[in-house]
Design a protein around this ligand. Structure first.
Ligand code: GLU
Length: 616
């Protein structure tokens, strides 16, 4: 046992990424002497995180429209080109899903580092006419031929290093986004499918202007020349693309034309599939994707996960996303604590990061919610995730009672929710690096889309096919199939399984069951903290949406708490006195939200990225 711990920790950057939770687990299981080598591996995590997902936000001068008040329709996406594509469709009478598809096709071109045809995601759709909320799961699946040895070294059976796992075909799951969008369009589309691709095809053929964010990421993200196709695209003539250059993508235009003409099935049968499979299996770090994996892929309509908290009904995406269960747990624990009554009235308007008591409660509730999330949430088609038990009000009140409002608890263990019908629940960890994109769109009839899509880390697996980048979503599985006691981890790799996600598209309803707020963000596991904070500040503390989105994040990050430099000095000091280890650094959230105010609907794009809000 002991040698497993030490070997695992010292042999791979991936295990270097284990958070305090697992370090505590390892300590508890006999790995007691953390030597200098192990400390080095912990810093390797920071290295891996910063190198693969650098945070260029401070370099970005936001020029796009960030806040828009509208009466009829609104679109908030991660890029002005995509927002324009969405509003064009809305003006022409398209539904929110039509606009979301048009915007997403553009995002795959202008923000290729974050999402695209080669990735997957989750979508919530509010149908204003039928008053129904639907949720769509377009998460990637592991190849049917994959098993729990996927990310283990052949020689010693230990988890491989993260970069080794990431780059190449091994990390690529079956992309689910196109299937999900096709299904949602069937159910909620108004415009003809082919018309939704015009804007993206036009931009791909005639070129778009490379943004500051894209060019910065091309400079900073490593291994972008690790494979010839991506090198040719992003480093033409050996030079990384510069901001302001005109970039065309003829291959992407061809893929879009095929998809427009043939419908979503061309992405799961035929030439486009053959090309993706060849790129993955012929790679020097090959994956096991097959034509059959594509033909069998199905997006899934799942029951949205909702809970009444603070007199609102908060709804989100259930497993395999941990978004809804974790965000709702945090909010329900805060409600149970009645913590807003502890809020210093002289600090009203400052939000969580401006009030140490609130920030502390938020962090401790987050730690409890994450402990359960890491243990119990995985693909529900493989594991009996106890969603109702995890969200039961009594259970969460009892969990919240563990919070000491004066100081940080040393340990925040997972709980024992009711209705656990499998013993497949051992805490696992996966390294979710921040890339991803979130868009929120409302059409003139009041339908709303809240959708998060991702190719996982920035520029995914580095493999390109058909002008788009293939995801590395399989690295969201736990590399280790078993925990230190030899029991199976719920989020281990299995053929056909979807990896655990943190993506948290949400829509919130008032007492009349009418939508009041829709939100989501990129950010890996930090998404959960970003979204929960904004929901709490806007709906419970009464902050304005623009103020809350721009305010300092407070992020539960294992043994540390991340806050931004805008956090109040008093908060930072008091949190330190309470026993929290603070890591002050800027975050690259991309919160794109809409909120119903007394003056109309307000759309807000996160000032940390290049997104834009537009509407009428
Ligand atoms: N792969 C991550 C997840 O599914 C998303 C990464 C990100 O948000 O940047 O939660």
């Amino acid at each position: 046992m002991r040698s497993w711990c030490l070997k695992g920790l010292t042999s791979s950057a991936y295990l270097g990424a284990l958070s305090a939770l697992v370090l505590l687990l390892l300590l508890a299981s006999g790995c007691r002497s953390l030597d200098a080598t192990q400390v080095k591996t912990a810093s390797e995590f920071t290295f891996v995180n910063e190198q693969l997902a650098p945070e260029p936000a401070s370099l970005i001068t936001a020029s796009a429209q960030k806040v828009k008040l509208a009466q009829d329709y609104l679109a908030v996406t991660a890029n002005p080109y995509a927002t324009a594509a969405a509003t064009k469709i809305l003006v022409e009478g398209g539904s929110a899903i039509d606009a979301a598809i048009a915007a997403q096709m553009v995002l795959g071109l202008v923000e290729p580092q974050s999402s695209g045809l080669g990735g997957g995601g989750f979508l919530l759709f509010w149908d204003a006419k039928s008053q129904q909320l639907s949720s769509y799961d377009g998460r990637e699946t592991a190849p049917l031929g994959a098993d729990e040895s996927l990310f283990l070294n052949a020689g010693d059976g230990q988890p491989m290093g993260f970069v080794e796992a990431l780059i190449g075909g091994r990390s690529v799951g079956v992309p689910g986004m196109v299937h999900m969008l096709g299904r949602a369009h069937n159910n909620h589309g108004v415009m003809e499918w082919p018309l939704l691709f015009d804007e993206a095809i036009e931009l791909a053929e005639n070129g778009f202007i490379v943004s500051e964010r894209l060019s910065t990421l091309i400079k900073k993200v490593p291994a972008l020349q690790a494979r010839p196709q991506i090198a040719r695209y992003l480093y033409p003539d050996g030079q990384g693309l510069l901001q302001g250059s005109l970039l065309k993508n003829k291959d992407y235009a061809l893929s879009l034309k095929a998809l427009a003409a043939g419908g979503p099935k061309v992405f799961y049968f035929g030439d486009i599939v053959d090309a993706m499979v060849a790129v993955v299996v012929d790679d020097s770090n090959p994956g096991q994707l097959s034509v059959r994996d594509f033909s069998q892929y199905q997006s899934v309509m799942r029951t949205p996960v909702c809970k009444l908290i603070f007199a609102y009904r908060f709804c989100g995406m259930g497993p395999p996303s941990s978004g809804a269960t974790t965000v709702l747990s945090i909010l329900a624990m805060l409600e149970s604590l009645g913590i807003e009554s502890h809020h210093n009235p002289s600090l009203v308007g400052t939000g969580v990061a401006g009030d140490a008591v609130l920030a502390h409660a938020f962090i401790e509730a987050s730690r409890l919610a994450f402990a359960d999330r890491n243990k119990y949430v995985a693909d529900p088609d493989f594991v009996g995730v106890p969603v109702a038990g995890l969200l039961a009000t009594d259970y969460l009140s009892q969990r919240a009672s563990m919070i000491d409002l004066a100081r940080r608890n040393e340990l925040m263990p997972s709980g024992s929710p009711s209705a656990v019908d499998t013993d497949d629940f051992m805490t696992g960890l996966s390294l979710e690096l921040p890339s991803t994109t979130h868009l929120t769109i409302m059409d003139a009839t009041g339908n709303i889309v809240s959708m998060t899509n991702s190719i996982e880390t920035a520029f995914g697996s580095r493999l390109m096919s058909g002008g788009f980048i293939l995801n590395n979503q399989l690295t969201d599985f736990s590399f280790a199939p078993m925990d230190v006691s030899g029991q199976k981890i719920a989020n281990r790799v299995q053929g056909g399984k979807r990896p655990l996600s943190s993506m948290s598209p949400m829509i919130v309803f008032d007492a009349q069951n009418q939508p009041v707020l829709a939100v989501g963000s990129p950010g890996g596991r930090s998404i959960i903290s970003y979204v929960a904070r904004v929901l709490y500040e806007v709906l419970v503390l009464g902050q304005s949406l623009p103020q809350s989105v721009a305010a300092s994040h407070v992020v539960e990050a294992g043994n540390k708490v991340r806050v931004e430099s805008a956090a109040s000095k008093d908060t930072v000091k008091t949190l330190g006195d309470m026993g929290h280890e603070l890591d002050v650094r800027e975050q690259t959230s991309g919160i794109h939200a809409i909120y119903k105010t007394s003056l109309g609907w307000q759309g807000v794009a996160d000032p940390r990225r290049e997104g834009a809000a537009a509407g009428q």
